[in-house]
Write a protein that binds this ligand. Structure first.
Ligand SMILES: [Zn+2]
Length: 231
């Protein structure tokens, strides 16, 4: 028997007049966040559902979502949840990984090596120490590539949280970098997964980022690109 999602919230549907919205599932859980996060999705053309971890993965996501936006910090360990995630990404549906969700599944090799192309270590792994986070850092992030996601974004100057000591795959395509000494250099990249589009954005801890026009553009572009609507 399939469990019914405990929390099912539909945002931004009212007022939408377009014929073919991008269906977005946001999955949260395992980490607190400011509700300003939701303002990132106030766009026409998006039909957004919030379905937190783990209920968000307990059904066939292919039927209800074109893009999965992760803002959770939790490991997906159940067989059914993993199968649903794999099927979603095998099907060509898009993935956008935001901020602390980079630490999801830090011990699931397929996930961090082949899909996300980055790994925030929540603990030591052999020679690799735990990654570090530092709040209230000024982060200047500049575009270092030509990519649809960067259209209209420019250089970002955010009061945000840095991550350092992450592993980032040589197969990831880096789109934005920072010189903040407490941060890994890459802060926005495209994951190595080729069966669907995967965008990873390290930035986005709190209201300062969520309310920043450049950051908002970046996230919106990432969603459209992951859905195959921006080239
Ligand atoms: Zn954070």
């Amino acid at each position: 028997m399939r469990r019914i999602p405990v929390f099912f919230l539909v945002l931004a549907m009212a007022g939408f007049t377009g014929a073919d919205p991008v269906r977005v599932q946001i999955t949260t859980g395992g980490h607190p966040y400011d509700p300003s996060f939701y303002s990132l999705f106030e766009h026409e053309g998006l039909s957004v559902t919030v379905n937190p971890h783990p209920s968000g993965f307990l059904r066939d996501l292919r039927k209800s979502a074109d893009v999965l936006v992760l803002y959770d910090l939790a490991d997906t360990t159940g067989e059914e949840e993993r199968r649903n995630l794999e099927a979603f990404l095998e099907s060509g549906r898009g993935l956008v990984v935001l901020h602390h969700a980079i630490a999801d599944n830090w011990q699931w090799k397929w996930w961090y090596q082949e899909v996300v192309g980055g790994r925030f270590l929540m603990g030591q792994d052999g020679e690799m120490p735990r990654s570090a986070a530092k709040a209230n850092e000024v982060i200047r992030a500049r575009p270092v590539a030509d990519h649809p996601i960067l259209k209209g974004v420019g250089t970002l100057n955010l009061l945000d949280e840095t991550y350092n000591g992450m592993w980032i795959s040589p197969n990831s395509r880096v789109l934005m970098e920072t010189d903040n000494p407490n941060s890994n250099k890459p802060v926005v990249w495209i994951g190595p997964w080729r069966k669907s589009r995967v965008a990873v954005i390290q930035l986005g801890h709190g209201p300062a980022a969520h309310r920043d026009p450049g950051y908002r553009k970046l996230v919106h572009n990432a969603i459209l690109w992951a859905a195959g609507r921006l080239d």
